[in-house]
Design a protein around this ligand. Structure first.
Ligand SMILES: NC(=O)c1ccc[n+]([C@@H]2O[C@H](COP(=O)([O-])OP(=O)(O)OC[C@H]3O[C@@H](n4cnc5c(N)ncnc54)[C@H](OP(=O)(O)O)[C@@H]3O)[C@@H](O)[C@H]2O)c1
Length: 242
């Protein structure tokens, strides 16, 4: 979702970019030959991810990708690792967020030169949620307060940080307007000809509590993205697939 925007932003800023993904023949969980793929690379921007709510699967993914990358980066002489995390996730380490917390901790303890940007959910997150097949025609959507931000703006910030010296935790980035995820899902379905009611579902555990309580909202010192969800939706409608 965000990786292709990072590639576009970095390329238009004049950088040469190498994409490491399974689609380009590289599995980041496998350390073999990873250093060869990183030869000549100055900065790694890790925008990899897994789609799961399962804690074990999330921890296993972020642990293996982060460890493999850090080892390979040290071998290849990469000078800066930039990672993308989620506002509030490390403070609610269950389900998917347990993996993000592990990713952050591995970097903090690595001795490598790193920057972590925590952002809120992307506008595009609603499409990821609605990808799950409806249950008897009903879309089950997590009860969640969110302040979504455009993935393109996240990518611009990642590239800006990649061009700077390693900064540890960067200033959080959130979107301009607080929303409910269920409202976003209804507006997305209405705008794109989707069908079926949207029903809020409480996600269990600390992750779910953070979703409902506002624990994932950006604090007062956070950077604010410009594009609202509705502006993003209008742009999606006028050029589907863009
Ligand atoms: N979505 C959000 O709202 C949001 C908000 C804040 C932060 N984030 C974070 O941003 C990151 C990216 O999220 P996203 O929504 O853009 O994810 P996404 O659309 O699911 O993309 C994940 C990317 O990771 C690659 N990937 C997955 N497994 C891999 C593997 N084993 N080896 C190499 N590449 C692999 C995928 O490419 P291949 O399938 O080709 O391998 C894909 O390019 C995640 O860490 C997520 O936690 C997401």
């Amino acid at each position: 979702m965000v990786g292709r925007h990072v590639v576009a932003a970095a390329t238009s800023a004049g950088h040469s970019v190498r994409v490491l993904a399974r689609a380009t023949g590289v599995d980041l969980r496998s350390p073999e030959h990873l250093a060869d793929h990183l030869a000549g690379i100055d900065v790694v921007v890790d925008a990899s991810g897994i789609s799961t709510l399962d804690e074990d699967a999330s921890v296993a993914f972020f642990e293996s990708v982060t460890s493999s990358l850090l080892r390979a980066e040290a071998e290849a002489g990469v000078r800066h690792h930039v990672a993308l995390s989620i506002v509030g996730a490390a403070a609610a380490p269950s389900g998917y967020y347990a993996g993000k917390a592990r990713q952050e901790r591995l970097l903090q303890e690595s001795g490598a030169a790193w920057t972590i940007l925590r952002t809120t959910q992307f506008h595009e997150f609603v499409t990821q949620v609605l990808q799950r097949p409806p249950l008897l025609g009903v879309h089950l959507v997590p009860s969640m307060r969110t302040q979504p931000v455009a993935a393109a703006e996240v990518a611009d910030e990642l590239v800006r940080l990649a061009e700077q010296e390693p900064a540890g935790f960067a200033t959080d980035l959130g979107g301009p307007v607080e929303e409910k995820l269920t409202d976003l899902a209804r507006r997305y379905l209405a705008a794109t000809g989707g069908h079926g009611p949207v029903v809020p579902v409480p996600v269990p555990g600390p992750m779910g509590r953070a979703m409902r309580s506002g624990g994932l909202l950006p604090g007062p010192g956070a950077l604010r993205g410009r594009q609202t969800f509705d502006e993003w939706l209008r742009a999606v409608r006028s050029s589907p697939g863009a």
